[in-house]
Each structure stands twice: as structure tokens, then as C-alpha cells.
Ligand binder design. Structure first.
Ligand SMILES: [Zn+2]
Length: 50
């Protein structure tokens, strides 16, 4: 199942691979928003099925 995360800045990521989604969101949060320590649970809470 494809899942998608939309960031408030307009960035988004969509994939059917949960680990890819988590990694991408963590990297985006760190690089763009200077947010460290985003957890897998936080990412998945933001994700919605497409
Ligand atoms: Zn963003």
C-alpha cells in the first residue's frame, strides 16, 4: 500500500516502502527544518494511505 507524507513546507514523499518513507521524512526534517530525533512512530502518524 502506498503511503504519503505531506510536509507543511510543500515537500512530500510517497512510497510503498515504510522504511524509505521514514528515512526520507527524517532526512527532510533534519536538513530543511533542523529537526533531529523524529521517530518512526511520528512519521507513521503523519502518513496516510494513498
Ligand atoms: Zn518540510
Amino acid at each position: 500500500m502506498q503511503k504519503r507524507v505531506d510536509c507543511e513546507c510543500g515537500w512530500s514523499q510517497q512510497t510503498d516502502e515504510e522504511s524509505v518513507l521514514v528515512t526520507a521524512v527524517q532526512r527532510h526534517a533534519k536538513e530543511v527544518h533542523n529537526m533531529e530525533g523524529v521517530t518512526r512512530e511520528q512519521v507513521l502518524a503523519q502518513a496516510r494511505p494513498v
